[in-house]
Design a protein around this ligand. Sequence first.
Ligand code: ZN
Length: 194
Amino acid sequence: MAKCVGRELVEARGMDVDSLINVLVERALAEMGNYYYFTLLRIHLLGVDGEALRRIIEQVREQDRHHFELLVPRIYELGGRLPETAEQESGTLGALRVLPVEADVPKILPILLQAAEASVKAYTNLCAMTIGKDNHTYNLALAIRQDEIQHQVRFLEMLGRGAAEPRLQTSAEILLSVAQLGAPPAVVRVGAGA
Ligand code: ZN
């Protein structure tokens, strides 16, 4: 492998860079998979009784595409690369993979929530993996995690508006788990360069 300064810097601080690259690639494919899925879902919800959800999906979809674009440069800075075929992509959809786009809104929401929760967990793990060892990736993961928490909250709010009672209990549990994760530092720097 060609000499990679980004990789050497992080390795010097005790990071297992190969494992980190694997996680980042997995995350990038998951974000792309979400984007793809939300694209289908958004089309399906057009003109259906799901206008409010469609607006949320629209924003979440854009953010997940942005997350993909944030993750990719970091993978290459660390000397990794994206797979040339996206064969594994369907495997990274997680909870969303089992969701038919034809499902109605009350059925869709809990699954979207579950997927958002899985994303928050994945980025929390990425933060734990990189803290003190790779500041750039840590800040990146923290900022994306913040967005994923927002997605979770928005799905929770929708559930609260039109949900049957059993979901409300789950919502409260998830809100509690978000609170337990703690608030990120006030200043989060993400971006090109650095
Ligand atoms: Zn995302």
